[in-house]
Each structure stands twice: as C-alpha cells, then as structure tokens.
Design a protein around this ligand. Structure first.
Ligand SMILES: [Cu+2]
Length: 143
C-alpha cells in the first residue's frame, strides 16, 4: 500500500468513526416517558406519591386520583423557574385558573401534564383542597 493510499484509508476510517459516533448519539436520544403520581388521602394523610419526581423535558406526568379526593394540581408561580409560567400554563389542559389544573372528583380520574418545552428546573405544586395539610409535590425537570 502506498503512503497516499494509506492516508486515504485513514481518512476514510476517521470519517466512518465520526459517522458511527453521530448515530450512537442519535440512538441515545430519549423517548417520551410517562411518570405516574398518585393522589392519596387516607389514614396516613393527604399526599402525592411519589412527592418528588425527576423527569425530562418532553416527558408526561399523569396524576391519578386514588383516594380522598377531590384533588388537583396547582403550581406556585414563584416556585417554578423564572420565565417558565407561560409555557407551563399553555401545557395545563383544562386549566381552571393561574397554573391550576382541574379538580379530580372521581376515583381513578387522571390529569395528564406535558413537560414539553419547559425550562429545566424545579416545579413545586400543591393540591388546593389539601394545601393546609401539606399535600405538596415537586417535579424536577432535566434537559
Ligand atoms: Cu388533595
């Protein structure tokens, strides 16, 4: 093999390696994940379970009214990332007010919240009927 052909081969291998790297990076792109958070009210108190979840932009959080309802989800406007309110509000289907989700009155009723387009950071929320008994939770949104 001549030097020039060897150089060409090395160049080709380098190009293929770069291409493979790009494919691998593409393959690690996450799909949308649905995270379930239960809403509970029973002898152990009122709570979201799990109260703290870590998700990624584009994931979905599905709240399920398990017991002790009615429950809902309301985000504190000063306990979310700066500048995030408009997108969060737009993502809150059937919203009944500022950063407020609908009241879930029936057992097994669900509320689905998309995290699409949200700024990474911590989003803290509460259940309006049970804020006084500390029914609170938070979603940590990672890029
Ligand atoms: Cu509640």
């Amino acid at each position: 093999m001549t030097i020039s052909r060897l150089t060409a081969s090395v160049a080709l291998i380098s190009a293929l390696t770069l291409a493979a790297g790009s494919l691998l990076n593409g393959a690690t792109t996450r799909g949308k994940t649905t995270i379930v958070v239960q809403m509970l009210g029973d002898g152990s108190g009122y709570r979201f379970r799990p109260a703290n979840v870590t998700a990624h932009v584009g994931d979905v959080v599905r709240f399920v009214n398990v017991s002790g309802g009615p429950h809902n989800v309301v985000f504190w406007d000063d306990k979310i990332p700066a500048g995030a309110a408009a997108t969060l509000q737009a993502n809150m289907e059937r919203s009944t007010g500022s950063l407020s989700g609908p009241m879930l009155n029936d057992a097994n009723e669900t509320y689905t919240l998309s995290l699409a387009g949200l700024r990474p950071g911590t989003y803290s929320y509460y259940c309006a009927p049970h804020l006084a008994v500390n029914m609170v939770g938070r979603i940590i949104v990672r890029p």
